[in-house]
Write a protein that binds this ligand. Sequence first.
Ligand SMILES: C[S@@+](CC[C@H](N)C(=O)[O-])C[C@H]1O[C@@H](n2cnc3c(N)ncnc32)[C@H](O)[C@@H]1O
Length: 572
Amino acid sequence: MSLYYEAAAILANADNIGGSLKSRIYGKKNIKCSPAHLYALISETTKWSAVLKEVVEKSGILREEKKLTPLLALLLSHDLLLAKGGVAAPKDHVLKQAVLRHKARLNAEFTKARLKSGFHTVEAFRDHVNAGSSTSNVSEEHDGHQTTEHEHPRWIRINTIKTSLETVLRTTFADYQQTDSIAEVIKAPSTSKYLHIDAHIPDLIALPPRADLSKHRAYLSGNIIFQDKASCFPAYLLNPEAEDGDIIDACAAPGNKTTHLAAVLSRHASSQDTHPSTHQHIFAFERDKRRAITLTKMVTLAGADSLVTVKGGKDFLTADPEAHENRNVGALLLDPSCSGSGIVGRDDGPTLHLPSTAAEHPSTASSRGKKRKRKALPVPKAADEIPAPSTTAEAEVEEDPPSSPSEDLKSRLESLSAFQLKLLKHAMRFPAARKITYSTCSIHPEENEHVVFNALEHSSATGLGWRILRREEQVDGMKRWHVRGAVQAVDSWPREQLSREVVTTVQEACIRCEKGTGEGTMGFFVAGFVRDGDGDPPAVVEAVKGDHGVEVGNGKMSEEDEEEWEGFSDDG
Ligand SMILES: C[S@@+](CC[C@H](N)C(=O)[O-])C[C@H]1O[C@@H](n2cnc3c(N)ncnc32)[C@H](O)[C@@H]1O
Protein backbone atom coordinates (compact mmCIF):
# COMPACT_ATOMS: atom_id res chain seq x y z
CA MET A 1 0.00 0.00 0.00
CA SER A 2 1.43 3.39 -0.91
CA LEU A 3 1.99 6.23 1.49
CA TYR A 4 -1.18 7.91 0.26
CA TYR A 5 -3.44 4.89 0.69
CA GLU A 6 -2.09 4.35 4.20
CA ALA A 7 -2.50 8.02 5.10
CA ALA A 8 -6.07 8.05 3.74
CA ALA A 9 -6.93 4.94 5.76
CA ILE A 10 -5.61 6.54 8.95
CA LEU A 11 -7.48 9.76 8.27
CA ALA A 12 -10.72 7.91 7.59
CA ASN A 13 -10.22 6.14 10.94
CA ALA A 14 -12.71 3.49 9.98
CA ASP A 15 -11.80 1.59 13.15
CA ASN A 16 -12.96 4.61 15.11
CA ILE A 17 -9.95 4.27 17.37
CA GLY A 18 -9.56 6.92 20.02
CA GLY A 19 -6.39 8.78 20.86
CA SER A 20 -4.17 11.32 19.26
CA LEU A 21 -3.15 11.13 15.65
CA LYS A 22 0.41 10.44 16.77
CA SER A 23 -0.53 7.57 19.07
CA ARG A 24 -2.77 6.06 16.40
CA ILE A 25 0.00 6.13 13.81
CA TYR A 26 2.83 5.00 16.06
CA GLY A 27 0.65 2.42 17.78
CA LYS A 28 -0.62 0.94 14.50
CA LYS A 29 0.61 -2.50 13.65
CA ASN A 30 1.54 -3.55 10.10
CA ILE A 31 2.05 -0.14 8.60
CA LYS A 32 4.45 -0.18 5.70
CA CYS A 33 5.50 3.46 5.52
CA SER A 34 7.59 5.35 8.01
CA PRO A 35 5.33 6.59 10.84
CA ALA A 36 7.19 9.91 10.85
CA HIS A 37 6.49 10.39 7.13
CA LEU A 38 2.83 9.46 7.57
CA TYR A 39 2.44 11.79 10.53
CA ALA A 40 4.06 14.70 8.68
CA LEU A 41 1.91 14.17 5.57
CA ILE A 42 -1.35 13.90 7.52
CA SER A 43 -0.78 16.80 9.88
CA GLU A 44 0.47 19.11 7.11
CA THR A 45 -2.40 18.19 4.81
CA THR A 46 -4.89 18.76 7.64
CA LYS A 47 -3.40 22.17 8.31
CA TRP A 48 -3.78 23.15 4.66
CA SER A 49 -7.07 21.39 4.07
CA ALA A 50 -9.34 24.43 3.98
CA VAL A 51 -7.26 25.84 1.11
CA LEU A 52 -6.77 22.50 -0.63
CA LYS A 53 -10.46 21.63 -0.41
CA GLU A 54 -11.29 24.63 -2.57
CA VAL A 55 -8.39 23.99 -4.94
CA VAL A 56 -9.41 20.35 -5.45
CA GLU A 57 -13.08 21.21 -5.91
CA LYS A 58 -12.39 23.94 -8.44
CA SER A 59 -9.88 21.86 -10.39
CA GLY A 60 -12.53 19.23 -11.18
CA ILE A 61 -10.03 16.43 -10.54
CA LEU A 62 -12.45 14.33 -8.52
CA ARG A 63 -14.92 14.34 -11.35
CA GLU A 64 -12.42 13.02 -13.84
CA GLU A 65 -10.18 10.74 -11.84
CA LYS A 66 -12.16 7.74 -10.68
CA LYS A 67 -9.27 6.34 -8.68
CA LEU A 68 -9.23 9.34 -6.38
CA THR A 69 -11.30 9.74 -3.26
CA PRO A 70 -11.59 13.17 -1.62
CA LEU A 71 -9.03 12.13 1.00
CA LEU A 72 -6.54 10.91 -1.60
CA ALA A 73 -7.05 14.07 -3.65
CA LEU A 74 -6.28 16.23 -0.60
CA LEU A 75 -3.13 14.29 0.30
CA LEU A 76 -1.80 14.16 -3.25
CA SER A 77 -2.53 17.78 -4.01
CA HIS A 78 -0.78 18.74 -0.79
CA ASP A 79 2.40 17.01 -1.88
CA LEU A 80 2.16 18.19 -5.47
CA LEU A 81 1.72 21.84 -4.48
CA LEU A 82 3.56 22.13 -1.18
CA ALA A 83 5.99 19.27 -0.50
CA LYS A 84 9.64 19.77 -1.39
CA GLY A 85 9.95 16.45 -3.22
CA GLY A 86 6.49 16.54 -4.82
CA VAL A 87 4.35 13.41 -4.94
CA ALA A 88 6.25 10.56 -3.25
CA ALA A 89 5.55 7.77 -5.72
CA PRO A 90 7.18 6.27 -8.84
CA LYS A 91 6.26 8.18 -11.96
CA ASP A 92 4.13 5.38 -13.37
CA HIS A 93 2.14 5.02 -10.11
CA VAL A 94 -1.55 5.27 -10.82
CA LEU A 95 -2.12 7.96 -8.17
CA LYS A 96 0.81 10.07 -9.29
CA GLN A 97 -0.36 9.93 -12.88
CA ALA A 98 -3.87 10.87 -11.84
CA VAL A 99 -2.77 13.99 -10.00
CA LEU A 100 -0.12 15.00 -12.56
CA ARG A 101 -2.75 15.05 -15.30
CA HIS A 102 -4.27 18.02 -13.44
CA LYS A 103 -1.07 19.72 -12.37
CA ALA A 104 -1.62 22.93 -14.34
CA ARG A 105 -5.18 23.36 -13.11
CA LEU A 106 -4.29 22.58 -9.49
CA ASN A 107 -1.41 25.04 -9.59
CA ALA A 108 -3.59 27.74 -11.07
CA GLU A 109 -6.31 27.23 -8.44
CA PHE A 110 -3.73 27.24 -5.66
CA THR A 111 -2.27 30.52 -6.93
CA LYS A 112 -5.76 32.03 -7.08
CA ALA A 113 -6.44 30.92 -3.49
CA ARG A 114 -3.13 32.40 -2.31
CA LEU A 115 -3.74 35.75 -3.98
CA LYS A 116 -7.32 35.84 -2.75
CA SER A 117 -5.98 35.45 0.79
CA GLY A 118 -3.66 38.38 0.21
CA PHE A 119 -0.26 36.63 0.02
CA HIS A 120 2.20 37.48 -2.70
CA THR A 121 4.48 34.52 -2.09
CA VAL A 122 3.99 30.91 -1.18
CA GLU A 123 6.37 31.43 1.73
CA ALA A 124 4.21 34.16 3.24
CA PHE A 125 1.14 31.97 2.75
CA ARG A 126 2.98 29.08 4.43
CA ASP A 127 3.97 31.25 7.41
CA HIS A 128 0.39 32.29 7.80
CA VAL A 129 -0.89 28.72 7.77
CA ASN A 130 1.87 27.53 10.10
CA ALA A 131 0.99 30.26 12.56
CA GLY A 132 -2.38 28.59 12.69
CA SER A 133 -4.10 31.77 11.75
CA SER A 134 -6.78 29.85 10.13
CA THR A 135 -7.00 28.66 6.64
CA SER A 136 -9.85 26.66 7.95
CA ASN A 137 -13.47 27.37 8.06
CA VAL A 138 -13.01 31.07 8.42
CA SER A 139 -16.36 32.02 9.72
CA GLU A 140 -16.36 35.16 11.74
CA GLU A 141 -14.35 38.23 12.34
CA HIS A 142 -13.68 39.42 15.85
CA ASP A 143 -11.64 42.52 16.43
CA GLY A 144 -10.00 41.99 13.09
CA HIS A 145 -9.17 38.37 13.87
CA GLN A 146 -10.72 35.49 12.05
CA THR A 147 -11.73 32.49 14.06
CA THR A 148 -12.76 28.98 13.15
CA GLU A 149 -16.00 27.26 14.06
CA HIS A 150 -14.79 24.86 16.72
CA GLU A 151 -12.00 26.59 18.52
CA HIS A 152 -10.86 24.93 21.69
CA PRO A 153 -9.20 26.94 24.42
CA ARG A 154 -5.82 25.95 25.80
CA TRP A 155 -6.72 24.60 29.24
CA ILE A 156 -4.01 24.75 31.87
CA ARG A 157 -4.14 23.09 35.26
CA ILE A 158 -1.97 24.70 37.89
CA ASN A 159 0.03 21.99 39.60
CA THR A 160 -0.65 22.67 43.26
CA ILE A 161 2.06 20.20 44.30
CA LYS A 162 4.63 22.71 43.09
CA THR A 163 2.94 26.07 43.07
CA SER A 164 -0.40 27.81 43.46
CA LEU A 165 -2.87 29.68 41.28
CA GLU A 166 -2.04 32.93 43.06
CA THR A 167 1.68 32.46 42.38
CA VAL A 168 1.36 31.73 38.66
CA LEU A 169 -1.04 34.65 38.22
CA ARG A 170 1.59 36.86 39.79
CA THR A 171 4.49 35.42 37.80
CA THR A 172 3.92 33.36 34.62
CA PHE A 173 0.70 35.18 33.74
CA ALA A 174 1.49 38.56 35.27
CA ASP A 175 0.95 40.40 31.98
CA TYR A 176 -2.27 38.57 31.08
CA GLN A 177 -5.63 40.24 31.20
CA GLN A 178 -8.26 38.29 33.13
CA THR A 179 -11.73 37.95 31.69
CA ASP A 180 -14.87 36.37 33.13
CA SER A 181 -15.94 35.25 29.69
CA ILE A 182 -14.68 31.99 28.26
CA ALA A 183 -16.12 33.11 24.91
CA GLU A 184 -13.75 36.06 24.87
CA VAL A 185 -10.78 33.74 25.39
CA ILE A 186 -12.00 31.30 22.74
CA LYS A 187 -12.29 33.96 20.10
CA ALA A 188 -8.98 35.62 20.93
CA PRO A 189 -5.97 35.02 18.65
CA SER A 190 -3.36 32.58 19.90
CA THR A 191 -0.79 35.22 20.75
CA SER A 192 -3.12 37.46 22.74
CA LYS A 193 -2.75 37.51 26.51
CA TYR A 194 -6.24 36.76 27.74
CA LEU A 195 -6.88 34.42 30.63
CA HIS A 196 -10.05 33.00 32.12
CA ILE A 197 -10.21 31.35 35.55
CA ASP A 198 -12.54 28.38 35.37
CA ALA A 199 -15.73 28.60 37.36
CA HIS A 200 -16.02 24.88 38.13
CA ILE A 201 -12.59 23.30 38.60
CA PRO A 202 -10.20 24.86 41.11
CA ASP A 203 -6.76 25.81 39.80
CA LEU A 204 -7.76 25.61 36.14
CA ILE A 205 -7.39 28.42 33.63
CA ALA A 206 -8.15 28.84 29.94
CA LEU A 207 -5.94 30.66 27.43
CA PRO A 208 -6.72 31.39 23.78
CA PRO A 209 -6.76 28.48 21.31
CA ARG A 210 -3.30 27.35 20.22
CA ALA A 211 -1.58 29.52 22.84
CA ASP A 212 1.86 27.95 22.80
CA LEU A 213 3.45 27.54 26.20
CA SER A 214 5.21 24.29 25.38
CA LYS A 215 8.62 25.94 25.72
CA HIS A 216 7.72 28.00 28.74
CA ARG A 217 9.69 27.38 31.95
CA ALA A 218 6.48 26.92 33.93
CA TYR A 219 5.47 24.05 31.65
CA LEU A 220 8.90 22.47 31.39
CA SER A 221 9.25 22.52 35.17
CA GLY A 222 5.86 20.90 35.78
CA ASN A 223 4.33 23.95 37.46
CA ILE A 224 1.57 24.00 34.88
CA ILE A 225 0.03 21.04 33.06
CA PHE A 226 -1.97 21.07 29.83
CA GLN A 227 -5.21 19.30 30.66
CA ASP A 228 -8.65 19.70 29.19
CA LYS A 229 -11.34 20.96 31.54
CA ALA A 230 -13.45 17.81 31.16
CA SER A 231 -10.45 15.63 31.95
CA CYS A 232 -10.19 17.37 35.34
CA PHE A 233 -13.69 16.29 36.37
CA PRO A 234 -12.90 12.74 37.66
CA ALA A 235 -10.19 13.57 40.22
CA TYR A 236 -12.14 16.62 41.38
CA LEU A 237 -15.37 14.60 41.68
CA LEU A 238 -13.60 11.77 43.52
CA ASN A 239 -12.37 14.37 45.99
CA PRO A 240 -10.14 12.04 48.02
CA GLU A 241 -9.98 13.22 51.59
CA ALA A 242 -7.72 12.18 54.44
CA GLU A 243 -10.20 9.61 55.76
CA ASP A 244 -10.43 7.96 52.32
CA GLY A 245 -6.97 6.44 52.72
CA ASP A 246 -5.15 5.14 49.66
CA ILE A 247 -6.32 5.68 46.13
CA ILE A 248 -6.10 3.56 42.99
CA ASP A 249 -5.95 5.08 39.54
CA ALA A 250 -6.82 1.94 37.60
CA CYS A 251 -6.02 3.07 34.04
CA ALA A 252 -3.46 5.76 34.54
CA ALA A 253 -1.26 6.60 31.54
CA PRO A 254 -0.33 9.17 30.43
CA GLY A 255 -1.07 10.43 33.93
CA ASN A 256 -3.21 13.54 33.75
CA LYS A 257 -5.66 12.28 36.31
CA THR A 258 -2.99 10.61 38.46
CA THR A 259 -1.10 13.87 38.85
CA HIS A 260 -4.38 15.72 39.37
CA LEU A 261 -5.24 13.30 42.20
CA ALA A 262 -1.84 13.98 43.73
CA ALA A 263 -2.44 17.72 43.42
CA VAL A 264 -5.83 17.37 45.13
CA LEU A 265 -4.19 15.46 48.01
CA SER A 266 -1.52 18.10 48.24
CA ARG A 267 -4.07 20.89 48.32
CA HIS A 268 -6.15 19.19 51.01
CA ALA A 269 -3.03 18.52 53.07
CA SER A 270 -1.76 22.06 52.84
CA SER A 271 -5.12 23.42 53.92
CA GLN A 272 -4.85 21.17 56.99
CA ASP A 273 -1.16 21.83 57.43
CA THR A 274 -0.14 18.17 57.10
CA HIS A 275 1.86 16.20 54.55
CA PRO A 276 -0.26 13.89 52.39
CA SER A 277 2.33 11.16 51.89
CA THR A 278 2.30 10.32 55.58
CA HIS A 279 -1.15 8.80 55.46
CA GLN A 280 -2.28 8.51 51.85
CA HIS A 281 -0.83 6.95 48.74
CA ILE A 282 -1.84 6.64 45.10
CA PHE A 283 -1.32 3.37 43.20
CA ALA A 284 -1.33 4.06 39.45
CA PHE A 285 -1.95 0.96 37.31
CA GLU A 286 -0.98 0.96 33.66
CA ARG A 287 -1.12 -2.26 31.73
CA ASP A 288 0.88 -1.00 28.74
CA LYS A 289 4.59 -0.91 29.59
CA ARG A 290 5.42 1.73 27.01
CA ARG A 291 2.70 4.05 28.27
CA ALA A 292 3.78 3.35 31.84
CA ILE A 293 7.13 5.00 31.02
CA THR A 294 5.33 8.18 30.01
CA LEU A 295 3.23 7.94 33.16
CA THR A 296 6.35 7.67 35.34
CA LYS A 297 7.91 10.69 33.62
CA MET A 298 4.78 12.72 34.12
CA VAL A 299 4.53 11.79 37.80
CA THR A 300 8.15 12.82 38.33
CA LEU A 301 7.77 16.08 36.43
CA ALA A 302 4.71 16.92 38.51
CA GLY A 303 6.73 16.36 41.69
CA ALA A 304 4.36 13.56 42.73
CA ASP A 305 6.91 10.73 43.21
CA SER A 306 6.42 10.53 46.95
CA LEU A 307 2.66 10.29 46.55
CA VAL A 308 2.39 7.87 43.62
CA THR A 309 3.57 4.33 43.00
CA VAL A 310 3.40 3.45 39.32
CA LYS A 311 2.34 -0.14 38.71
CA GLY A 312 3.77 -0.30 35.20
CA GLY A 313 2.80 -3.25 33.00
CA LYS A 314 0.26 -4.29 35.62
CA ASP A 315 -3.34 -5.07 34.69
CA PHE A 316 -5.76 -3.64 37.23
CA LEU A 317 -7.99 -6.68 36.80
CA THR A 318 -5.25 -8.84 38.29
CA ALA A 319 -4.97 -6.66 41.40
CA ASP A 320 -6.24 -8.63 44.36
CA PRO A 321 -8.70 -6.50 46.34
CA GLU A 322 -7.95 -8.60 49.42
CA ALA A 323 -4.19 -8.12 49.23
CA HIS A 324 -2.52 -6.52 52.21
CA GLU A 325 -1.35 -3.50 50.25
CA ASN A 326 -4.94 -2.77 49.18
CA ARG A 327 -6.43 -2.92 52.65
CA ASN A 328 -6.54 0.88 52.90
CA VAL A 329 -7.77 1.61 49.38
CA GLY A 330 -10.77 3.80 49.99
CA ALA A 331 -11.14 5.50 46.60
CA LEU A 332 -10.69 4.40 43.00
CA LEU A 333 -10.58 6.39 39.79
CA LEU A 334 -11.49 4.44 36.65
CA ASP A 335 -10.81 6.07 33.33
CA PRO A 336 -10.64 3.06 31.01
CA SER A 337 -9.91 2.74 27.32
CA CYS A 338 -12.91 3.86 25.30
CA SER A 339 -13.98 4.66 21.76
CA GLY A 340 -12.59 8.17 22.11
CA SER A 341 -15.64 9.55 20.32
CA GLY A 342 -15.63 12.64 22.53
CA ILE A 343 -12.17 13.58 21.40
CA VAL A 344 -12.31 16.61 19.20
CA GLY A 345 -8.68 16.45 18.19
CA ARG A 346 -5.42 17.22 19.83
CA ASP A 347 -5.34 20.40 21.86
CA ASP A 348 -6.62 22.89 19.36
CA GLY A 349 -5.36 20.95 16.38
CA PRO A 350 -6.73 21.89 13.01
CA THR A 351 -9.89 20.62 11.37
CA LEU A 352 -9.75 18.48 8.27
CA HIS A 353 -11.80 19.87 5.39
CA LEU A 354 -12.70 17.38 2.73
CA PRO A 355 -13.46 18.41 -0.84
CA SER A 356 -16.95 17.61 -1.87
CA THR A 357 -17.69 16.11 -5.24
CA ALA A 358 -21.38 16.73 -4.85
CA ALA A 359 -20.99 20.43 -4.14
CA GLU A 360 -19.00 20.89 -7.31
CA HIS A 361 -21.29 19.06 -9.71
CA PRO A 362 -24.61 18.17 -8.21
CA SER A 363 -25.45 15.88 -11.08
CA THR A 364 -22.36 13.75 -10.61
CA ALA A 365 -23.39 12.00 -7.46
CA SER A 366 -26.62 10.63 -8.84
CA SER A 367 -24.96 9.54 -12.09
CA ARG A 368 -22.53 7.32 -10.25
CA GLY A 369 -24.88 4.38 -10.20
CA LYS A 370 -23.71 1.79 -7.73
CA LYS A 371 -21.07 3.80 -5.98
CA ARG A 372 -21.84 4.25 -2.35
CA LYS A 373 -21.58 7.35 -0.37
CA ARG A 374 -21.04 7.40 3.30
CA LYS A 375 -20.14 9.99 5.82
CA ALA A 376 -16.46 10.20 6.51
CA LEU A 377 -15.77 9.28 10.10
CA PRO A 378 -14.39 11.94 12.36
CA VAL A 379 -10.63 12.03 12.25
CA PRO A 380 -8.58 12.47 15.40
CA LYS A 381 -7.20 15.96 15.37
CA ALA A 382 -3.81 15.43 16.64
CA ALA A 383 -3.74 14.42 21.45
CA ASP A 384 -3.97 13.34 24.89
CA GLU A 385 -7.58 13.53 25.12
CA ILE A 386 -8.29 15.76 22.29
CA PRO A 387 -9.24 16.72 18.98
CA ALA A 388 -9.56 14.73 16.00
CA PRO A 389 -9.91 16.87 12.94
CA SER A 390 -13.55 16.70 12.07
CA THR A 391 -14.47 16.36 8.45
CA THR A 392 -16.68 18.84 6.73
CA ALA A 393 -17.91 16.93 3.75
CA GLU A 394 -18.90 13.50 2.68
CA ALA A 395 -16.26 11.08 1.50
CA GLU A 396 -17.13 9.04 -1.50
CA VAL A 397 -16.14 5.41 -1.30
CA GLU A 398 -15.99 3.54 -4.52
CA GLU A 399 -15.99 0.04 -3.20
CA ASP A 400 -18.49 -1.70 -0.96
CA PRO A 401 -17.40 -1.35 2.60
CA PRO A 402 -16.71 -4.72 4.28
CA SER A 403 -19.56 -4.23 6.70
CA SER A 404 -21.74 -1.32 7.61
CA PRO A 405 -20.04 1.24 9.87
CA SER A 406 -23.00 1.18 12.21
CA GLU A 407 -22.68 -2.59 12.67
CA ASP A 408 -18.95 -2.26 13.26
CA LEU A 409 -19.51 0.49 15.77
CA LYS A 410 -22.25 -1.45 17.52
CA SER A 411 -20.07 -4.50 18.05
CA ARG A 412 -17.12 -2.35 19.06
CA LEU A 413 -19.24 -0.59 21.64
CA GLU A 414 -20.47 -3.93 22.95
CA SER A 415 -16.88 -5.12 23.50
CA LEU A 416 -15.83 -1.84 25.02
CA SER A 417 -18.73 -1.55 27.41
CA ALA A 418 -18.29 -5.18 28.54
CA PHE A 419 -14.65 -4.41 29.34
CA GLN A 420 -15.54 -1.13 31.08
CA LEU A 421 -18.21 -2.81 33.20
CA LYS A 422 -15.78 -5.54 34.17
CA LEU A 423 -13.29 -2.95 35.45
CA LEU A 424 -16.01 -1.13 37.36
CA LYS A 425 -17.24 -4.33 38.99
CA HIS A 426 -13.68 -5.20 39.95
CA ALA A 427 -13.23 -1.79 41.57
CA MET A 428 -16.36 -2.39 43.62
CA ARG A 429 -14.73 -5.44 45.20
CA PHE A 430 -12.12 -3.54 47.21
CA PRO A 431 -13.29 -4.05 50.77
CA ALA A 432 -12.34 -0.66 52.17
CA ALA A 433 -13.45 1.33 49.12
CA ARG A 434 -16.08 4.01 49.69
CA LYS A 435 -15.77 6.11 46.52
CA ILE A 436 -15.34 5.38 42.82
CA THR A 437 -15.43 7.58 39.76
CA TYR A 438 -16.02 6.11 36.33
CA SER A 439 -15.22 8.22 33.27
CA THR A 440 -14.75 8.02 29.51
CA CYS A 441 -14.02 10.44 26.69
CA SER A 442 -16.86 8.88 24.75
CA ILE A 443 -20.19 10.33 23.75
CA HIS A 444 -21.92 6.94 23.38
CA PRO A 445 -24.51 6.02 26.04
CA GLU A 446 -23.37 2.38 25.75
CA GLU A 447 -20.02 3.32 27.32
CA ASN A 448 -21.50 5.80 29.75
CA GLU A 449 -24.96 5.82 31.33
CA HIS A 450 -25.56 2.21 30.31
CA VAL A 451 -22.39 1.03 32.07
CA VAL A 452 -23.56 2.87 35.17
CA PHE A 453 -27.04 1.30 35.02
CA ASN A 454 -25.56 -2.13 34.40
CA ALA A 455 -23.26 -1.79 37.40
CA LEU A 456 -26.07 -0.56 39.62
CA GLU A 457 -28.28 -3.46 38.61
CA HIS A 458 -25.49 -5.90 39.26
CA SER A 459 -24.97 -7.40 42.65
CA SER A 460 -21.37 -6.07 42.72
CA ALA A 461 -23.14 -2.83 43.50
CA THR A 462 -26.33 -3.85 45.21
CA GLY A 463 -24.85 -6.68 47.27
CA LEU A 464 -22.02 -4.51 48.49
CA GLY A 465 -23.96 -1.35 49.18
CA TRP A 466 -22.73 0.74 46.24
CA ARG A 467 -25.01 3.47 44.93
CA ILE A 468 -24.71 6.50 42.69
CA LEU A 469 -23.23 9.70 44.11
CA ARG A 470 -26.22 12.01 43.84
CA ARG A 471 -25.88 15.49 42.37
CA GLU A 472 -26.59 17.22 45.65
CA GLU A 473 -23.77 15.25 47.30
CA GLN A 474 -21.15 16.20 44.74
CA VAL A 475 -18.34 18.71 45.20
CA ASP A 476 -19.45 22.24 44.58
CA GLY A 477 -18.19 22.71 41.00
CA MET A 478 -19.67 19.41 39.82
CA LYS A 479 -22.99 20.09 41.47
CA ARG A 480 -23.14 23.38 39.60
CA TRP A 481 -22.10 21.94 36.24
CA HIS A 482 -25.25 22.01 34.11
CA VAL A 483 -24.76 19.21 31.55
CA ARG A 484 -26.03 16.00 33.13
CA GLY A 485 -26.67 12.44 31.92
CA ALA A 486 -28.16 12.16 28.44
CA VAL A 487 -31.94 11.94 28.62
CA GLN A 488 -32.17 9.67 25.57
CA ALA A 489 -29.62 7.30 27.15
CA VAL A 490 -31.80 7.07 30.19
CA ASP A 491 -35.03 6.72 28.22
CA SER A 492 -33.59 3.89 26.18
CA TRP A 493 -32.62 1.90 29.29
CA PRO A 494 -35.04 -0.97 29.94
CA ARG A 495 -36.24 -0.38 33.49
CA GLU A 496 -36.06 -3.95 34.62
CA GLN A 497 -34.66 -3.64 38.07
CA LEU A 498 -34.30 0.08 38.65
CA SER A 499 -37.34 2.17 39.46
CA ARG A 500 -38.18 5.33 37.53
CA GLU A 501 -37.13 7.35 40.55
CA VAL A 502 -33.69 5.72 40.68
CA VAL A 503 -33.24 6.15 36.93
CA THR A 504 -34.07 9.85 37.17
CA THR A 505 -31.70 10.29 40.10
CA VAL A 506 -28.94 8.58 38.14
CA GLN A 507 -29.53 10.75 35.08
CA GLU A 508 -29.16 13.85 37.24
CA ALA A 509 -26.10 12.39 38.98
CA CYS A 510 -24.26 11.59 35.73
CA ILE A 511 -22.12 14.36 34.32
CA ARG A 512 -21.42 15.00 30.70
CA CYS A 513 -19.39 17.48 28.69
CA GLU A 514 -20.20 18.21 25.09
CA LYS A 515 -17.69 18.86 22.40
CA GLY A 516 -17.72 21.80 20.04
CA THR A 517 -19.77 24.07 22.29
CA GLY A 518 -18.93 27.48 23.67
CA GLU A 519 -17.85 25.79 26.92
CA GLY A 520 -14.60 24.71 25.27
CA THR A 521 -14.73 21.12 26.47
CA MET A 522 -14.28 17.78 24.78
CA GLY A 523 -17.05 15.14 24.83
CA PHE A 524 -16.76 13.47 28.22
CA PHE A 525 -18.68 11.47 30.80
CA VAL A 526 -18.18 10.89 34.51
CA ALA A 527 -20.23 9.38 37.31
CA GLY A 528 -19.45 8.80 40.97
CA PHE A 529 -20.34 5.82 43.15
CA VAL A 530 -20.33 5.73 46.93
CA ARG A 531 -20.84 3.16 49.61
CA ASP A 532 -22.23 4.19 52.96
CA GLY A 533 -21.40 2.61 56.28
CA ASP A 534 -18.51 0.43 57.33
CA GLY A 535 -19.25 -2.75 55.42
CA ASP A 536 -18.24 -6.18 56.50
CA PRO A 537 -15.17 -7.41 54.66
CA PRO A 538 -15.71 -11.20 55.06
CA ALA A 539 -19.31 -10.93 53.84
CA VAL A 540 -18.07 -8.78 51.01
CA VAL A 541 -15.73 -11.49 49.84
CA GLU A 542 -18.45 -14.13 50.03
CA ALA A 543 -20.85 -11.98 48.07
CA VAL A 544 -18.28 -11.40 45.39
CA LYS A 545 -17.32 -15.06 45.15
CA GLY A 546 -20.89 -16.21 45.09
CA ASP A 547 -21.85 -13.80 42.41
CA HIS A 548 -18.97 -13.99 39.98
CA GLY A 549 -17.46 -17.40 40.48
CA VAL A 550 -14.22 -15.57 41.15
CA GLU A 551 -11.93 -16.36 43.97
CA VAL A 552 -10.07 -13.16 44.09
CA GLY A 553 -6.36 -13.61 44.47
CA ASN A 554 -5.94 -17.16 43.22
CA GLY A 555 -6.54 -16.34 39.58
CA LYS A 556 -9.59 -18.59 39.19
CA MET A 557 -11.82 -16.81 36.72
CA SER A 558 -15.42 -17.22 35.67
CA GLU A 559 -16.29 -18.03 32.07
CA GLU A 560 -17.17 -14.42 31.49
CA ASP A 561 -13.77 -13.30 32.74
CA GLU A 562 -11.77 -15.73 30.67
CA GLU A 563 -12.51 -13.88 27.48
CA GLU A 564 -9.99 -11.15 27.92
CA TRP A 565 -10.55 -8.17 25.69
CA GLU A 566 -7.47 -6.18 24.90
CA GLY A 567 -9.02 -2.74 24.55
CA PHE A 568 -8.20 -0.02 22.08
CA SER A 569 -5.17 2.15 22.15
CA ASP A 570 -5.66 5.45 23.88
CA ASP A 571 -4.67 8.98 23.78
CA GLY A 572 -1.05 9.76 24.14
C1 LIG B 1 -8.17 6.56 28.60
S1 LIG B 1 -6.55 6.09 28.99
C2 LIG B 1 -6.29 6.81 30.55
C3 LIG B 1 -5.96 8.26 30.53
C4 LIG B 1 -5.46 8.71 31.89
N1 LIG B 1 -6.43 8.42 32.93
C5 LIG B 1 -5.16 10.19 31.93
O1 LIG B 1 -5.97 10.97 32.38
O2 LIG B 1 -4.06 10.58 31.50
C6 LIG B 1 -6.72 4.41 29.42
C7 LIG B 1 -5.41 3.74 29.85
O3 LIG B 1 -5.73 2.57 30.56
C8 LIG B 1 -4.84 1.54 30.20
N2 LIG B 1 -5.56 0.29 30.52
C9 LIG B 1 -6.58 -0.28 29.86
N3 LIG B 1 -7.01 -1.38 30.49
C10 LIG B 1 -6.25 -1.51 31.60
C11 LIG B 1 -6.21 -2.45 32.66
N4 LIG B 1 -7.04 -3.50 32.68
N5 LIG B 1 -5.31 -2.27 33.65
C12 LIG B 1 -4.45 -1.22 33.62
N6 LIG B 1 -4.43 -0.30 32.62
C13 LIG B 1 -5.32 -0.44 31.62
C14 LIG B 1 -4.58 1.79 28.75
O4 LIG B 1 -3.37 1.20 28.34
C15 LIG B 1 -4.53 3.31 28.71
O5 LIG B 1 -3.22 3.77 28.92
